[in-house]
Write a protein that binds this ligand. Structure first.
Ligand SMILES: Nc1ncnc2c1ncn2[C@@H]1O[C@H](COP(=O)(O)OP(=O)(O)OP(=O)(O)O)[C@@H](O)[C@H]1O
Ligand SMILES: O=P(O)(O)O[C@H]1[C@H](O)[C@H](O)[C@H](OP(=O)(O)O)[C@@H](OP(=O)(O)O)[C@@H]1O
Ligand SMILES: [Mg+2]
Ligand SMILES: [Mg+2]
Length: 330
C-alpha cells in the first residue's frame, strides 16, 4: 500500500480531497485492471468508482499493448482475460513483482474454466456436521463423438432429464448455451465437448453465493421450474435462456418458504471458506440449489470466476473494503 504523496496520481488525489471535505484518505491503493469490455462495463460502475476514489483507491486500466512491468506501479492487479498469452504475462509479472497482489493466480482460475474440474473440490468436501449436506449432481463428460452419447449415458446410469452444458467456460455467449434433454437419443444432436449433468428439482429458486475474499453475500434468483413426472415422457433437447443470470432478483418475491429459505449461514461460511482455500481464489460465486422436498440437501451446480459483481447488492462497499484491507504482498 502506498502512503499519500508516494504516487503521482495527483488528479485523482485532488478529486478525493475535494469530495472528502479536505480529508485525505490515509492510504492510496493503486489497482490495475485488465478486464474484457463486457466485464469492465458491468464492474466499473460510476457509483463504485466514485466511492472507491473517495476511499483512496485509484483504478488504472492496464494497456494490453504495452509491457505490464512498464505500467503502474500497482498495489493490486485484478484481471479476467482469457488466453495462454495473458496467463504467461501475469505469471511473469507475479515473479518479477512479488510485492504486488495479483488476483487471482491464472492456474487457479483455469480450474473454473472446465465444468468438470470446477466441481471437483465440492465433491471432495464433507460438510456433514454443518447443518446440511452439499453435493454435486452426477455428471459425465462427452469429449468427442456425439453418436456415442446415448450408450455412454446408459452405461453411466445417469437419470433423465439431463442438463447439457459446454465443457469449457471461456466468457463467450456460446459457453453459456445450455440444453435440457428429456431422452438420451436426442443428445446425439448436440456438439461435444459437453458435460451432461442430472437435473435436480429445486422449486425454481437458486442461491447465488458471492465471495469477495472473506465477505459472503447470498442472493436468490429465479431458476428452472421442477420437471414433473408427466414431463418425463417428453422427448428432445430444448435450449433454455440464462434465467438465473438475469438482473431480476427473487429476493422480494412471494415464494414458498420451504423453497426460498436461505441455506444455513454456518453451511455457507464453511463452504465458502473451504472453497476459497481449496481453489486458491478470492473472487468467485457459487450457484447452489436445494433439492426439492428437503430442507438441508444442497447441490452446487456452477462456480464462476469474477462473476457479475455489479449485480451483487452493496458490491461497491464490499469491494472497496476488500481492496483496502488486502495485506501488502510479501
Ligand atoms: N443440474 C441442474 N439441475 C437443475 N437446474 C440446473 C442444473 N444445472 C443448471 N441448472 C439451471 O440452469 C442454469 C444455468 O446453469 P449453469 O449455472 O451451470 O450455467 P452457466 O452458463 O454457467 O450460468 P452462469 O450465468 O451462472 O455462469 C442454472 O442457474 C439453473 O437455473
Ligand atoms: O449471475 P452471475 O453474476 O453469476 O452471472 C455472471 C456469469 O456467471 C458469468 O460470470 C459472466 O461472466 P463471463 O463468464 O465473463 O461471461 C457474468 O457476466 P458479466 O458481464 O455480467 O460480469 C455474469 O454476470
Ligand atoms: Mg450459473
Ligand atoms: Mg457459470
Amino acid at each position: 500500500m502506498r502512503l499519500n504523496g508516494e504516487v503521482s496520481h495527483k488528479e485523482e488525489e485532488e478529486e478525493g480531497e475535494k469530495e472528502n471535505g479536505n480529508l485525505l484518505p490515509q492510504k492510496v491503493v493503486v489497482v490495475g485492471y485488465a478486464l474484457t469490455s463486457k466485464k469492465k462495463k458491468s464492474f466499473m460502475q460510476p457509483k463504485f468508482e466514485v466511492l472507491a476514489r473517495k476511499k483512496g483507491i485509484v483504478f488504472i486500466a492496464i494497456d494490453l499493448n504495452k509491457p505490464l512491468s512498464d505500467q503502474g506501479p500497482f498495489d493490486v492487479v485484478l484481471h479476467k482475460m482469457s488466453g495462454k498469452e495473458w496467463c504467461e504475462v501475469i505469471e511473469d509479472y507475479k515473479q518479477k513483482h512479488p510485492e504486488v497482489t495479483v488476483l487471482d493466480p491464472p492456474d487457479a482460475i483455469r480450474h473454473l474454466h472446465n465444468r468438470q474440474s470446477m466441481l471437483q473440490n465440492v465433491a471432495d468436501l464433507d460438510l456433514s456436521d454443518c447443518h446440511g449436506k452439499v453435493c454435486v449432481p452426477r455428471q459425465m463428460v462427452i469429449k468427442k463423438d456425439p453418436l456415442s452419447i446415448p450408450d455412454e449415458v446408459f452405461e453411466a446410469g445417469l437419470k433423465l432429464p439431463l442438463v447439457a452444458k459446454p465443457l469449457v467456460v471461456d466468457g463467450t455467449a456460446k459457453s453459456h448455451e445450455l440444453f435440457l434433454a428429456y431422452d438420451r437419443f436426442s443428445l446425439s444432436k448436440l456438439e461435444p465437448p459437453l458435460v451432461l449433468q442430472e437435473f435436480v428439482n429445486h422449486g425454481g429458486v437458486l442461491f447465488k453465493i458471492y465471495i469477495v475474499g472473506e465477505a459472503i453475500k447470498v442472493v436468490k434468483r429465479f431458476s428452472l421450474p421442477n420437471v414433473s413426472k408427466c414431463e418425463l415422457a417428453n422427448v428432445g433437447v430444448h435450449s433454455f435462456p440464462r434465467v438465473s443470470s438475469a438482473t431480476a432478483s427473487a429476493d422480494d418475491a412471494d415464494l414458498d418458504p420451504s423453497i426460498a429459505e436461505l441455506p444455513p449461514q454456518p453451511l455457507l461460511e464453511r463452504l465458502s471458506r473451504e472453497l476459497r482455500s481449496r481453489l486458491g481464489l478470492q473472487l468467485f460465486n457459487i450457484d447452489m440449489i436445494r433439492e426439492h422436498g428437503t430442507r438441508d440437501v444442497f447441490y452446487v451446480i456452477d462456480i464462476n470466476y469474477f462473476p457479475g459483481y455489479g449485480k451483487m447488492p452493496g458490491y461497491e462497499h464490499i469491494f472497496t473494503d476488500f481492496l483496502l484491507n488486502l495485506a501488502p504482498a510479501t
